[in-house]
Design a protein around this ligand. Structure first.
Ligand code: ZN
Length: 275
């Protein structure tokens, strides 16, 4: 495998969300020699999509994904507001030239204990968004989330489950595989092979710390935890994936408290050594 040099790294803006807005992320990623960026929609909205698209282009960065669409279960049903927001997310991804729109699909609706119903809402929501996304030329990437988020963030929790949805929905939809969410899965190798090149749309890395002290904001820097990231990349690239290695670290206690340039320099060094 080719080493993960800086030009093969994409900065997910959540990695320095406490320190930098999108303009600083774009400038910083370029200054550190990174190949791409993956904005979250909150920082994108602050900068404005058109201005961001121009700045990213001018900086010579690729967009490995836009985070995120989905949340289909937020209002207990596929309301106009939920579908409109996803439509806007697709349009923003198109304007950015993003490699995909990453979908965090939503968990249980408020007050509900009906997980199958939530999953049915998600399947229908994805199908409707996909129609618009195909027309806009934006690949949809389902991000299976670790099962600890099934209630409050995403009721799609394994790679197999996400691929079952992809099988049902047809062209234009695939996976965003995040090491943090799927590293533990005994079926991971088989499901990556099942996905194949066409459906591997994004590859996110960080590390799983032992112990993990917060369910959401205690992700580790690559090399500080227990995930075999080289092994994971090997499986994805064996299928022909040629996208960027997107670094996405939510770290309230550590990396969000550091100087952002130190974070990016560390990301580059750790990707080279551990990814
Ligand atoms: Zn991710």
């Amino acid at each position: 495998m080719k080493p993960v040099t800086a030009d093969r790294i994409s900065l997910n803006t959540a990695t320095v969300k406490a320190q930098w807005g999108l303009a600083e992320c774009i400038e910083g990623a370029a200054r550190h020699g990174f190949g791409g960026i993956s904005p979250w929609r909150d920082v994108l909205a602050e900068m404005g999509t058109t201005a961001a698209a121009r700045a990213i282009r001018d900086a010579g960065l690729a967009v490995s994904g836009l985070c995120r669409g989905g949340w289909y279960t937020a209002e207990g049903a596929l309301t106009q507001a939920v579908m409109d927001d996803n439509r806007r997310a697709v349009d923003e991804a198109a304007e950015l030239g993003a490699a995909c729109l990453v979908m965090v699909v939503g968990g249980l609706s408020e007050g509900s204990k009906d997980l199958p119903a939530a999953r049915a809402i998600v399947a229908e929501g994805l199908a409707r968004t996909l129609e618009h996304a195909r027309g806009a030329g934006v690949p949809i990437a389902i991000e299976p989330l670790h099962p600890m988020y099934a209630a409050d963030r995403a009721c799609v929790n394994t790679t197999a489950q996400a691929l079952d949805l992809c099988d049902a929905l047809g062209e234009g939809i695939g996976l965003a595989l995040d090491a943090y969410h799927v590293w533990w899965d005994p079926e991971l190798a088989a499901q990556i092979a099942r996905a194949g090149r066409e459906r591997l749309l994004a590859f996110h890395v960080c590390d799983w710390l032992v112990p993990t002290r917060d369910l959401l904001t205690d992700r580790g820097m690559m090399g500080d935890g227990v995930v075999d990231l080289k092994g994971f990349r090997g499986m994805v690239e064996a299928q022909g994936f040629e996208g960027l290695v997107e670094v996405e670290i939510f770290s309230a206690r550590d990396w969000w408290a550091r100087d952002a340039d130190e974070v990016l320099a560390t990301v580059a060094a750790r990707c080279l050594e551990h990814c």
